[in-house]
Design a protein around this ligand. Structure first.
Ligand code: FMN
Length: 351
């Protein structure tokens, strides 16, 4: 069955139910090695031109599934088999949490956009940890994205992150500090220099596992540069830009809550990424995410300094074939420009 047919069925359900159906199928597939092998053969693009060693792990291709799809580490192996070079699990919070009231996930098929106000619904650190213990280390890189519980007061936020780093630093190839979701009240207020300094100073005392900071797109370029520079100086190993946007003017008919994603945030997300990359390219690892839906867009971001990329929304609309095609076309684009390896193209705009 092709993805168009599967999508036609899944899109008959409300988005969250569709996600749960897919999750069940992906979880089951994860227990069936021959099926994983078959999927991998069909969707995973393996070519030395795309393979990079980062954080001591081989990334077969630069496209990862962005956080929020595999919140509970139930689909990790299957997502890799479906063509992603790496998988970012989470956001995981210390205690399990139900998230915001439903409905909280909306599709805008005309614009190939999503809007979500999930609010870190997840099984909590203990359950996700037990799942990761069964699959980590894997033969592909896994990141763990962590966030504070909604009920944790702002002044105790650091303690949540400390606990999560302690729990997960041996169960991921990298960790991501998420203080950029719009769906946990006041979380984005933690995107300030004092908190970032305290956070990475604390983190470095616990572990040498690379820890990245994921930022929102809804700030000025100046703010983004200051914040990310502070993070890198305080010990962050990389920056992920960006999370969803609360600029509802970008999506006709958008609700006035939650974060929007997909092509509608492409420009906004890229412009923040580019501003950061001009400052930080060569000094830290940069991951670009937000509205990537084609090889051209992926390539543009690589040339602007992205070591790696992530996709969420375009995967919902395009399925695994899209991920396969982006990787395949990336190879062609690299070769057309005379690059013999992806690393030669990363940051080519500044070379
Ligand atoms: N980002 C996080 O860091 N943690 C999350 O838990 C998370 N949950 C998400 C849930 C949904 C339904 C969606 C659509 C996005 C979520 N995101 C989360 C943001 C994505 O990881 C990504 O940064 C954003 O959607 C932009 O990429 P895209 O345009 O390719 O979707």
């Amino acid at each position: 069955m092709d993805y168009q047919t599967i999508k036609n069925i899944l899109f008959k359900f409300d988005p969250e139910t569709a996600h749960h159906i897919a999750e069940t199928a992906f979880e089951l597939a994860g227990f069936c090695p021959p099926l994983l092998k078959a999927l991998q053969k069909r969707y995973q693009v393996e070519d030395p031109i795309l393979t990079q060693k980062i954080f001591g792990k081989d990334f077969k291709n630069p496209i990862g599934i962005a956080a929020g799809f595999d919140k509970n580490a139930t689909m990790t192996k299957t997502l890799h088999a479906l063509g992603f070079g790496y998988v970012e699990v989470g956001t995981v919070t210390p205690k399990p949490q139900a998230g915001n009231p439903r409905p909280r996930l909306f599709r805008y098929p005309r614009f190939e956009a999503l809007q979500n106000a999930m609010g870190f619904n997840n099984d909590g650190a203990a359950v996700v940890k037990a799942r990761l213990q069964r699959i980590y280390p894997a033969n592909f890189p896994i990141g763990v994205n962590i966030g504070k519980n909604k009920t944790t007061p702002q002044e105790k936020a650091l303690e949540d992150y400390r606990f999560l780093i302690e729990q997960f630093h041996t169960l991921g190839d990298y960790l991501v500090i998420n203080i950029s979701s719009p769906n946990t009240p006041n979380l984005r207020d933690l995107q300030n220099e004092a908190f970032i300094k305290d956070l990475f100073t604390m983190a470095k005392e616990i572990t040498t596992t690379p820890i990245l900071l994921k930022i929102a797109p809804d700030m000025s370029k100046k703010q983004a540069i200051e914040l990310t520079t502070t993070a890198v100086e305080a010990g962050a190993s990389g920056i992920i830009a960006t999370n969803t946007s609360i600029d509802y003017s970008l999506l006709k008919g958008a609700k006035d809550f939650g974060g929007i994603s997909g092509k509608v945030i492409q420009q906004k997300s890229f412009s923040i990424f580019k501003a950061i990359a001009k400052e930080l390219f060569g000094k830290t690892l940069l991951i670009s995410v937000g509205g990537i839906d084609s090889a051209q867009e992926a390539y543009k971001r690589i040339k602007a300094g992205a070591n790696l990329l992530q996709i969420y929304t375009a995967f919902i609309y395009g399925g695994p074939k899209l991920i396969h095609d982006i990787n395949q076309e990336l190879i062609t684009l690299l070769q057309q420009d005379g690059f013999s390896h992806i690393t030669e193209a990363i940051g080519a705009d500044y070379k």
